[in-house]
Design a binder for this molecule. Structure first.
Ligand SMILES: Cc1cc2nc3c(=O)[nH]c(=O)nc-3n(C[C@H](O)[C@H](O)[C@H](O)COP(=O)(O)OP(=O)(O)OC[C@H]3O[C@@H](n4cnc5c(N)ncnc54)[C@H](O)[C@@H]3O)c2cc1C
Length: 459
């Protein structure tokens, strides 16, 4: 056990906790039996942006197995594609093991450096949400340690309420120890990608709308230039794709997979390096670089799914003040609100290095899962921008009035009432959470800030 300063990927709101790095069931159980009143939370690879995997003054169980001398704790059934895997294993390790054998993860977020436990707890989504739903929908069963130390087997068929409360439950129902995942068959490690430039917001919405051809692609996402104004407001670069066949991939080894890290961000970066001017220049170059007519190409898995993973520790580029990632969703018919939000950021000159728009498919059964049918916009911005809190509060109101919500895995700013409004099944989830954790052991900085766990219960 060591006292450590922790933050999320956004590097804001650092707090100190006792960190125990273990995946050993007996050690976890003994930690739970002697827990203090600040409780315990699991942490994976710390890729959630805010404080979901922190616990000021309490205990954090670091559940990663990146350097496990015994290798990757996972077994793949080569016929069914069912992967039985420890929750501490990363998607990076799973891909290295499974892609050469012709299987891909059913859902991947924009980074492969997340653990299976973190992917379940946030119910992560990828570029294929409109077709395949989110991560939890591909979990056939999971083994969970409750705060009592008891181990339970949860599946959608046998313990549906507990299963779905854990999917998207932000680590507050128990520790996921193992999961059984249905993987996706692939013929090659390449993706056939169509890229096109879209000149304004209307063109983006039209191209991505469900009535169009978007549903014929498994993967679809649009980068949006938030600094463009006037007739170019909301312009973007749409990329859509599908796994390439062996013939399309060409070469002798269609399943060869080599996701090497390319460079590291420097250890020290001056504050303000990513500012309105540098990002405007980047956006212009990025937009111009995209083909003006639809272009079809073949890309590798890392290039298409995880481009940011090519730069190790890129989150340092925002300097010591860190950055905020803001992700919300609004219903499909509320493109008016989406437009208003983009206009608001554009008018305020808020520079976002990575503004991404995605059309999401239907919601699953998990009460706290973020995706619902609609449009989700994700943007990041330097935490030190003047007036940011007021600006985001005004956008929060637009989102909530439209029946939308915010993504907890990215959040570091919304209020408890915003979560209550955005997640109408919160009370139902809290009742299940209490049944699974009557002593109130699971606590995180996020759960305290947003009132996700009743503070009257104490370990
Ligand atoms: C560059 C980048 C791109 C991203 N893109 C996307 C995206 O496209 N879609 C998307 O949905 N998300 C995205 N994310 C967010 C990320 O996928 C989630 O935050 C994910 O939960 C991180 O997993 P982790 O292992 O790092 O977990 P952590 O960040 O360490 O923890 C996240 C939550 O999981 C819980 N947890 C961790 N392990 C366990 C366990 N074993 N049992 C129970 N609970 C556990 C923690 O308590 C915490 O509540 C992105 C993040 C980054 C940095």
């Amino acid at each position: 056990m060591t006292m450590q300063r922790l933050s999320g990927w956004g590097r804001t709101a650092w707090t100190v906790a006792d960190v125990i790095a273990t995946t050993d069931e007996n050690q976890i159980r003994s930690t739970l039996s002697s827990v203090g009143d600040r409780g315990v939370i699991a942490r994976g690879l710390g890729r959630s942006y805010g404080a979901a995997a922190q616990n000021a003054g309490g205990t954090v169980l670091e559940m990663t197995s990146e350097h496990d001398p015994l290798g990757v704790d996972a077994v793949l059934d080569p016929i069914s594609g069912i992967l039985d895997v420890a929750a501490s294993v990363s998607l990076d390790s799973i891909l290295r093991m499974c892609v050469p054998r012709g299987w891909f993860v059913p859902v991947t977020p924009g980074t492969r450096f997340v653990t299976v436990g973190g992917a379940i707890a946030s119910d992560v989504h990828g570029k294929n949400h409109h077709i395949d739903g989110s991560f939890g929908e591909h979990v056939r069963s999971m083994t969970v340690m409750l705060s009592s130390g008891e181990i339970v087997e949860l599946s959608p068929g046998s313990q549906p309420a507990w299963f779905w409360a854990t999917v998207g439950g932000m680590g507050l129902t128990g520790i996921v120890l193992r999961a059984s995942l249905q993987m996706l068959r692939i013929e090659s490690s390449k993706v056939r990608v169509e890229t096109e430039r879209l000149g304004n917001f209307d063109a983006v919405c039209e191209a991505m709308s469900g009535d169009g051809e978007d549903d014929s692609y498994r993967y679809s996402v649009c980068w949006v230039d938030l600094l463009a104004t006037g007739s170019s407001m909301g312009r973007g670069v749409l990329t859509r794709g599908d796994h390439a066949t062996a013939a399309e991939a060409e070469g002798d080894e269609p399943l060869a997979y080599d996701p090497r890290l390319k460079v590291s961000a420097p250890g020290w970066v001056p504050n303000g390096l990513l500012n309105k001017f540098s990002i405007k220049a980047f956006n212009e170059a990025w937009y111009r670089k995209a083909p003006s007519q639809r272009h079809i190409g073949i890309e590798s898995i890392p290039a298409f799914f995880h481009p940011l993973d090519g730069v190790n520790k890129w989150n340092r580029l925002y300097g010591t003040q860190g950055f905020i990632q803001y992700q919300f969703i609004v219903p499909l018919d509320r493109t008016d609100v989406l437009r208003k939000v983009i206009e608001t950021f554009s008018a305020a000159g808020v520079a976002s290095f990575l503004a991404v728009l995605k059309r999401m498919g239907p919601q699953n059964l998990a009460p706290m899962s973020f995706p619902t049918e609609g449009w989700t916009l994700t943007l990041d911005m330097a935490a030190g921008i003047k007036g940011l809190a007021e600006l985001l509060a005004s956008v929060d109101a637009m989102v909530l009035d439209a029946g939308g919500r915010h993504y907890l895995a990215k959040d570091s700013h919304v209020s408890p009432s915003a979560v209550r409004r955005g997640y109408p099944r919160l009370d139902e989830w809290m009742t299940t959470q209490e049944a699974m954790d009557p002593r109130g052991v699971w606590r995180s900085d996020l759960s305290r800030r947003l009132g996700l766990v009743d503070p009257r219960r104490n370990p």
